[in-house]
Write a protein that binds this ligand. Structure first.
Ligand code: A2P
Length: 341
């Protein structure tokens, strides 16, 4: 494509959509025009972009005429219905929802990990789950160095991952509790303020949650290796921005903590923050608003021959969603792949 693309952001009024507009502006994404789309509820409202405000339009089947690239973050049902319509209009879709991730015809991309999987896209490209993205950014360089055989991950996930209403729910519950009032829970099944919920997305037949199985299945697809065993426990915690993960990995070839630090320091998109004696380690409060995935507390798992423990934190709305989607869009332009085959 010689001219600059016309870009639609679907779900532009949401937590991720707003960050998407910020990221496109911040990274000077070469767009001819940006069109914010949302439901009829917010059509006519305005969203900030650079120093301007853009008028939000209602998403309809005709919205994609004349659009080259649509970045979706409006939930699975919206993507399921509208992504194929967009592709039929000749528009390439980068989808942040769960709707298309495990489809064999849809590449699931983390640019630092599997950029070449983009080459044969059929119009829809999926952005992985936020918890998976920050995990695979760290796993890939270690897998290349020592072949990972098993991963045990426990997550501590921020409420922003459930959207704008969840951010408001935590805030209003904290206010209510300090005002000695009853708390109201609408987004979550239980109070989230001063609590932890070991329940993200729905429960499945195997007693895992859908979020946990996303981490298992998406990791294998992105790493291109079905032999990497992953088991996950995903927990929602009363943090606004930034997911944290405790990672335990077992490798075929031994990697010492010093070697892991050196490998991760060289790897793209990662910042190692690991100096316990100075109380330096990653924390969500400081990862919020940053692009990198932060790693620290790297230490040997003394219960097995080749094991490491570490603590991984990233801004779930940035690297976990908006930034990764914009990086995929940049890659589409660089590789001259912004076209529906
Ligand atoms: P709206 O603001 O009009 O409801 P979040 O994840 O923060 O809850 O944001 C979800 C985003 O997806 C919002 O921009 C929301 O728009 C949009 N959205 C939700 N349902 C639809 C729909 N059926 N059609 C278009 N946009 C939708």
């Amino acid at each position: 494509m010689t001219r600059q693309p016309v870009v639609a952001v679907v779900g532009a009024t949401g937590a991720v959509g707003r960050e998407m507009l910020k990221t496109l502006a911040h990274r000077n994404f070469p767009a001819q025009k940006i069109i914010p789309l949302a439901s009829s509820r917010s059509a006519g409202s305005k969203v900030p972009f650079n120093d301007q405000e853009l008028l939000v339009q209602e998403l309809t089947e005709q919205s994609f005429d004349g659009i080259d690239l649509a970045i979706f973050s409006a939930g699975g049902a919206t993507s399921e219905k509208f992504a194929p319509i967009a592709v039929r209009s000749g528009c390439v879709v980068v989808d942040n929802s769960n709707a298309w991730r495990m489809d064999d015809n849809v590449p699931l991309i983390v640019p630092e990990v599997n950029p070449d999987a983009l080459n044969n896209h059929q119009g829809i490209i999926a952005n992985p789950n936020c918890s998976t993205i920050q995990m695979v950014v760290v796993l890939k360089p270690l897998h290349d160095a020592g072949k990972i055989v098993r991963v045990i991950v426990s997550t501590y996930q921020a409420v922003s991952g459930s959207g704008q209403k969840a951010i408001e729910e935590l805030e209003s519950q904290v206010r209510a509790l300090f005002g000695m009032q009853e708390v109201e829970s609408k987004v979550y099944p239980h109070q989230i303020a001063f609590n932890c919920l070991p329940h993200i997305d729905m429960f499945l037949e195997n007693d895992y949650t859908k979020e946990e199985m996303k981490m298992v299945n998406e990791t294998k697809k992105i790493m291109g290796d079905d032999n990497v065993k992953v088991t996950a426990t995903t927990v929602r915690v009363p943090v606004f921005y930034g997911h944290s993960e405790s990672l335990n990995i077992e490798t075929e070839k031994k990697i010492t903590p010093q070697e892991a630090r050196a490998i991760l320091t060289q790897a793209p998109g990662i910042k190692v923050l690991d100096n316990p004696s100075e109380k330096i380690y990653p924390m969500p409060l400081f990862a919020a608003g940053e692009d990198e995935t932060f790693v620290g507390r790297i230490r040997e798992d003394e219960t097995i021959a080749n094991g490491l423990n570490m603590w991984v934190v990233a801004d779930n709305i940035r690297k976990g969603a908006a930034l990764n989607a914009v990086q995929i869009s940049e890659l589409l332009l660089q590789k001259n792949l912004l076209r529906v085959p």
